[in-house]
Every structure is written in C-alpha cells, then in structure tokens.
Design a protein around this ligand. Structure first.
Ligand code: AMP
Length: 404
C-alpha cells in the first residue's frame, strides 16, 4: 500500500480524528443495534491507538437523516455498545464520552478536554448537509478537533464527503486505519498480483450494477463465473429464451460483448448449465430442474443454479489459489433458492489453500448464513466501496490519504 498507515505514525499523546463506519442497522425506533459487526471491525484500530496513549475523536454517519438532526439516527446507542466492546477488547474500562453535535462548542470543548487513552464519539455527521456536500468550512471545523487524521471507514471511502476527503485538506498527516489497510491490501493484491489460478464469482440481480466489475475482472482472472439473476441476460445473449426470469433487455448486447471479451482474452467464462425454475417469485413456488441450453417454459423463472452447475463451480473453486466472490447465485432470501449460494460458500470455505475474498453486501450475509465466515481470508466491510474498487476506480477517501 502506497498510503500512510496508522502504523507509520508516532501516536503518543496525539489527538486523532478517526473516521469510522458505525453505520449499524438499528431497530425501527432507532433505540437498539441489531448487528454490531461494523463496530467490532474497527476495534483493532482503536485498540492500537489507545495502547499508544492517543486520544480518539470518532466520527461516523448513520442512516440517511438528510442533513438535519433526527433522534432516529442518533449515534447514542452506539456509544453504549462501543463502551462494552472496548472494555472487552482492552480488558479494562475505557472512558467513552459523547458530543451531541459533531461540530461547534459541544465537539470542540469535549475534544480539547479529552485526556490521552480516552474516547469521544461525535453525533452523526449527516445531521449536517455540509458533510455530504463536502463543504470546506465544515471540513475545517472537523479538522480543528484533532492533530492527526485516520480513516478506517472503508465502506465510505468511495464518497468524497467532508469527513472522508475534505478534512484531509486541513488535517495532515492523513493515514489509513488497520481495517482500511487490510481492505486495501487484500482487494489490491487480488487485482494487482493475485496468486493463480484466480477465479471470480459474480452473482446478484442485475448486470447493470456490476458490468464495470465484470469488465475489469476479465483483464485479471483465469475464470469468471456468472451466476444469479444476471446470468439470464447472458443466456439470452446466447440465444436461449428464459421465460419470466430476470432479464435486462437493454443489456443483452453488453452481455454479448463481455462474452466476446472473455473469448478474446482466453478467460474461461462459466455460466450456469442448469437451473432451478419456479412458477412464481415466492418462497413456496413449485419448482423444476432445467437445462440452460433449452428454452425455458414461458411462465417459469430461474431462481437458483442447479446441481450440475454447483458441481462445476465447486471443481473450479477447488483448484483456485485466489477466489473473489460478490453476489448470490439465486434468491437466497428464500431458503429453497439458497442452495446454490450456500454451496458456493461451502466450496470456497473448503479450499483452505486459496486466498478467499468476499466482496461485501449479500455475499457476506451468505457466508454468515452458511456458517463459514471464519473460513474466509477476508470479508470486505464495504459493499459499494469494494465494488468501485473492483471496477478499478480510485476511491476519493483513499486517494486523499498521505503518501508514505
Ligand atoms: P445485487 O444487489 O445485485 O448483488 O443482487 C442481490 C439480489 O439478487 C438478492 O436480493 C437476490 O435475491 C437477487 N437474485 C439472485 N439471483 C436471482 C434470480 N435468479 N432472480 C431474481 N433475483 C435474484
């Protein structure tokens, strides 16, 4: 990684502004955290800095409060959970304070009074429209709270916001936290110097959201496996009808171009060879197995890959040394159509010799659902950010960090 890491800095008695991703799911009323994975993911960075006697000003967004204070999106519930998790991580209580606003008096007074080894959590950055507008005045106010900037919010790095990009114009050095560094190392290595064979499995609903990823990966991989709803647009490009399956009519040509690029590059592109068809989009639809080379019956739709496809993917995955997976192989929210997705998760888990990278979003839920999360080399915390990274785009929140 060419960017400065928190490990390159002398942190003793320094006050750090740490951009974290505490955008956790909450119950409808906003009172209780339903999944604290994102808070846990940043604990190594917080621990690293606290052990070196830094004081930490933590800032995050939460939900979409649309630039105005809204108690439903307050970070207050995070304060309590953070205190518990930090105590467990450090083996002792760590004082955690809360500022009712991320700028102005509440923030600046609390930050100035913060002793080394203690933590101040700021209220939701997005209670100010200036955050997403990347307003320089707002960025400067955030910058005034600390002496060093650390970005550990990989999941927000694809957005040029005040707390991810603007602030670095006023606060240097700007370094990657340990989570950010881990994300960039694994995703970066997959794109730049993957151990071969490199297999990417791309699934999910639509080609439109992932065509740039597919296009970029075709320059890097040995095998590209296309599954999920998007496979049916490819199947149409091959001239086989797909009944009521999800198809983007305006992307059939794009699929054809991807097939041609794969052929020109000598990349093996694997599409499903069989499917589980359903007579309606519902968890208890009637189903039948169907071969991909035969036109689908008009009223049926493909909701999962079939057993022959699972076998083929498992064999390819077993031979791989680098595996990248993004997007489910079927409508895995319905247990009967989660078979293919679960099988892929288990096949990846079984290849312990490979570097396995799960690229955010639904595939992360899928490896959790299959109970194999601990078998993966790296599970990305950023859905949108990891997709943009895999497209080969520069992430503004990463670009803004200080060069080593
Ligand atoms: P994405 O957000 O593009 O990664 O897509 C994830 C969604 O794709 C999940 O909600 C799946 O239910 C959906 N999906 C996967 N396979 C299919 C399919 N064959 N038909 C319709 N939706 C699908």
């Amino acid at each position: 990684m060419s960017k400065l890491s928190i490990r390159d800095l002398d942190l003793a008695d320094k006050r750090l502004f740490v951009r974290v991703d505490f955008n956790v799911p909450l119950t409808e009323d906003g009172s209780t955290i339903t999944d604290d994975t994102r808070i846990r993911a940043t604990l190594p960075t917080l621990r690293y800095a606290l052990e070196r006697n830094a004081s930490l000003v933590l800032a995050s967004h939460l939900g979409r409060p649309k630039g105005k204070p809204n108690p439903k999106y307050s970070l207050r519930p995070v304060e309590a959970r953070l205190r518990e998790l930090l105590a467990a991580e450090m083996g002792r209580n760590v004082p955690v304070f809360f500022a009712s606003d991320c700028i102005g008096d509440p923030a600046s007074r609390a930050a100035a009074a913060l002793p080394p080894g203690q933590v101040l959590l700021l209220e939701n950055l997005r209670f100010h429209a200036e955050e997403e507008a990347n307003d320089p005045g707002f960025s400067q106010q955030l910058a005034s709270l600390a002496q060093v900037y650390v970005n550990d919010a990989f999941g927000s790095a694809h957005r040029a916001h005040a707390s991810t990009e603007g602030i670095t114009h006023f606060l240097q050095p700007a370094a990657a936290g340990l989570l950010m560094e881990k994300e960039l190392t694994y995703l970066g290595k997959a794109l730049e110097s993957p151990e071969k064979p490199f297999v990417a499995i791309i699934g999910g609903s639509k080609i439109s959201g992932k065509i740039d990823v597919i296009d970029n990966l075709l320059d890097k991989v040995d095998t590209l496996v296309i599954v999920g709803g998007m496979a049916y647009t490819f199947q149409r490009a091959l001239g086989v009808t797909t009944g009521k399956s999800l198809v983007e009519e305006d992307k059939i040509e794009v699929a054809r171009e991807a097939l041609a690029k794969a052929q020109a590059k000598g990349v093996q592109l694997l599409l499903p060879v069989d499917n589980v068809l359903a007579d309606s989009f519902s968890p208890d639809a009637n189903t039948q197995p169907w071969d991909s080379s035969i036109n689908f019956p008009a009223d049926w739709q493909g909701l999962d890959i079939g057993p022959k496809t699972i076998e083929k993917i498992s064999a390819i995955v077993a031979q791989a040394r680098t595996i990248l997976w993004n997007g489910p192989a079927g409508v895995f929210e319905f247990p009967r159509f989660a078979v293919g997705t679960n099988a892929i998760a288990r096949a990846i888990a079984a290849n312990t010799a490979a570097t396995s990278i799960i690229g955010g979003g639904d595939s992360v839920s899928a490896v959790n659902q299959a109970g194999v999360a601990d078998k993966m080399t790296h599970i990305s915390t950023g859905g949108g950010a990891s997709l943009e990274f895999l497209e080969g785009k520069k992430l503004p929140g990463v670009e803004a960090l200080t060069e080593k």
